[in-house]
Design a protein around this ligand. Sequence first.
Ligand code: ATP
Length: 425
Amino acid sequence: MLVKNLNNLPRDILRLFSQIGKIAQENNCRVFVVGGVIRDLYLGRENFDFDIIVEGDGIALAKILADKFKAKLVDHEQFCTAALFMPNGIKIDIATARKETYEHPGALPKVTPGSIEDDLLRRDFSINAMAASLNPEDFGELIDFSDGLNDLKKKVIRVLHDLSFIDDPTRILRAIRFEQRLKFRIEDHSLKLIKEALKHHAFETIKPPRIWRELILILYEKSPKKYFMRIAGVCDLRFIHPKLRLNRDTLRLFDAIDKLLVSYEKLYPHNEPVENWFLYFMALTDALKRSEIKYLAERFNLKKDQRDRLYSFKNLNRNFFNFLGKNNLQPSQVYVMLEHLSYETILILRAKSENKIIKKRIDDFLNIYDKVKLSINGDYLAELGVSLDSGFKKILDKIFYKKLDGELQTKEEEIEYARKLIDNQ
Ligand code: ATP
């Protein structure tokens, strides 16, 4: 049976696949496109993450293909994988078909070369364990050893063997991610296996950064609230942090972020893009105390800029909110309060706040104040005789604040005010 909708792939991809199949044939290999792409072809979902599996030497074939297509090759010989970057921008991952064995629960698998069947049977779920052959004799033929197509029709997520979640507990989070994304259901027996794995403290057998990677993938999903509700229901959230719960405020914050992100591009079209996933992470951990966030940051080995953003949000205290919500603040006062915060922090403040004045101030900051530019710069001040060490920045800031407050309109007024400040120094 041919893979459904294969012909819906862009023409240049199909041509490329057929060329890859011919070259593989000439080199006595069998090649297959596998995994998410096949699943998503059946579901009519766009997916341009092309994973190709080679029965034979994947790296050797990748080198031949790179030569032929004048593609850039990045190979990881120790893992028998390579990435091909085609001149037209398409990226293809190529790997040798492999067999995996787990020496103990949660360990990284021991890998040896294998057949396409071995390679598909080591995968997480039946719906991700389908492939299409690319060799000319059976181009487009569906390979489905695990009844994945039937599970796609039944809309279920099913593991391929009973030890799957014990071998690799990250699959618990992957199961929930696919279930929620595709609006499928984790099949009953697989759900039972999850519960059993959890009874054996499955998450404790793997290193926290592996959990973190899967959490990020969930945070990247559109509207991740329901994913975390499901995780909380199935696993509890204690494997992330012992104190983490989904309370009403957290859920409300997730919804508020969804809403804000829809309008963000419209509301603030010229501002820098924000990392949406990080906003949701801030929401998820909002109820934790500073010390608890610190523990989480250590445990998942968060990067410095991620820690900084989390801590700067946590550091905002009641005084900050009281002040930002006061009547009659000048734009420059609002600016000074917000300018050192990351966009993610400002947006989560906006999502969290129920105070209309604060919301309006943040909108004005993003829409108006943050785009105001002075007509003069440090060079002008130098021409006026200001030396570098006499506080260029301080003077420019004062001029800028005055401009924000609407008291300077023209370049001449900026220069005149600069002169006044210098004279008064
Ligand atoms: P997405 O649409 O989120 O990119 P995907 O199915 O392409 O989903 P990837 O994480 O890119 O998923 O992984 C590619 C393939 O590798 C999957 O389809 C699956 O077959 C396999 N895979 C990934 N992670 C695991 C795992 N932990 N255990 C077994 N197989 C896995």
